[in-house]
Ligand binder design. Sequence first.
Ligand code: HPA
Length: 279
Amino acid sequence: MGRMVELAEQIQAACAAIRGGWPGTPRVGMILGTGLGGLAARIERKVAIPYAAVPHFAVSTVESHAGQLVCGELNGCPLVAMEGRLHYYEGYSLQQVTFPVRVMRALGAEILIVTNAAGGMNPHFDLADVVVIEDHINLIGDNPLRGPNDDRLGPRFPDMSQPYDRGLIDLARQTALDLGLSCPKGVFVAVAGPNLETRAEYRMLRGMGADLVGMSTVPEVLVAVHAGLKVLGFSVVTDLCLPDALEPVEISRILEVAARGGRRLEQIIPALLAKLPPA
Ligand code: HPA
């Protein structure tokens, strides 16, 4: 019981600090993945709040992640964006990794948009492709919902028959099509990292039915579904993970490709926000 009360209180304390800096009510919470921070620069009437200024937020350690909440509007839609996410491989617990999602929900968000840089295992994918996540597999070996459940925050056994909202998936693909961009769907598998996979592992993951692999996203989506948020997820394919033609990856190259895909996301996401059905 103590831990549940504590989580609810921590969420309220974080909300209060954010409201002190930004008085808005977000409709959307957004998490910007590795190399995909460019969207944050497009947010209007913005207030940036460093994670360090929010009680109970962990601070991101990865260089390619800025570590601030950017609050404001994108195409008229009020939102809170995480510029820089927290990863399990940095040493955080999954409760720490997903705490900001709880806070976004408590601030009033109804929709979570998650983005990530991912390895593409589907041979039809190209570098810098934007792929809409249609389902996921959790291979992290841990779960952010492990431990006592606070029934005020969500159910003990959350349903996962449709974690990614069908209507939002269709809207994303139609929006991309209208912009002349292709936007395939894919199944995302999350691994703990920080190493990339061996050929044998890519072969196994592909055989399991995954199209994309990455070191994030699934924990945040589990908590979002638990909390009753609608979820939309995008991966940018930053490296091609074909076991029989695998080449060593360089992180600098991954970031470069992520930036290319990021420019596509910067077209798709604002256009999509303008088309959201009324709340
Ligand atoms: N594996 C895991 N995570 C990743 C990859 C990958 O190939 N590419 C980008 N993130």
